[in-house]
Design a binder for this molecule. Structure first.
Ligand SMILES: [Mg+2]
Length: 161
């Protein structure tokens, strides 16, 4: 039986890492800024809902952020790199093959379930990663003939995205 191929992607990764290390930030609007606090590089879901744009220069939106009570964090790449390693090594146990694509994305291969339905597997993986690492992830199935991860980016459909 053919293997299933998936793309696993951590949601709002930098913001989620900040929330793991400071649970008081959970459920709050939060943005993470790029090097030297230049612009917004990650937003919690609550900040997204406020319409805070990705990539916006901080100096342009500092007033808006303050008005909405948005928590602002400088980026901490040592922390994100550490969380990324923990995420990727946790994923290894769930996959027969893993290719890390970026700090918060990985392609994976696993035996396709008999009925072809990955949703139970995906649900269990998401719950486990959330419980063990505190990180929300999304999982997307990929249809392709071969193991060529760089080509997969735009195909496939979300499983419990
Ligand atoms: Mg992501």
């Amino acid at each position: 039986m053919a293997d299933a191929l998936v793309l696993i992607d951590a949601n709002n990764f930098y913001a989620s890492c900040e929330q793991v290390f400071d649970p008081a930030l959970l459920g709050r609007p939060l943005v993470v800024l790029s090097n030297n606090d230049g612009c917004v590089v990650s937003r919690s879901s609550e900040a997204r809902r406020l319409g805070i744009g990705m990539g916006r220069p901080y100096f342009q939106i500092a007033d808006q952020l303050a008005r909405h009570g948005v928590v602002v964090r400088s980026s901490n790449y040592a922390l994100y790199g550490d969380m990324s390693q923990r995420l990727m090594s946790s994923l290894e146990a769930w996959l027969t093959e893993l290719e890390v694509y970026s700090i918060d994305e990985a392609f994976g291969r696993l035996p396709r379930p008999r009925d072809g339905d990955l949703s139970a597997w995906a649900r269990e993986l998401r719950v486990t990663i959330r419980r063990n690492l505190g990180l929300p992830i999304a999982i997307r199935t990929i249809r392709t003939a071969g193991w060529r991860p760089h080509r997969w980016r735009r195909s496939g459909e979300w499983v419990h995205g």
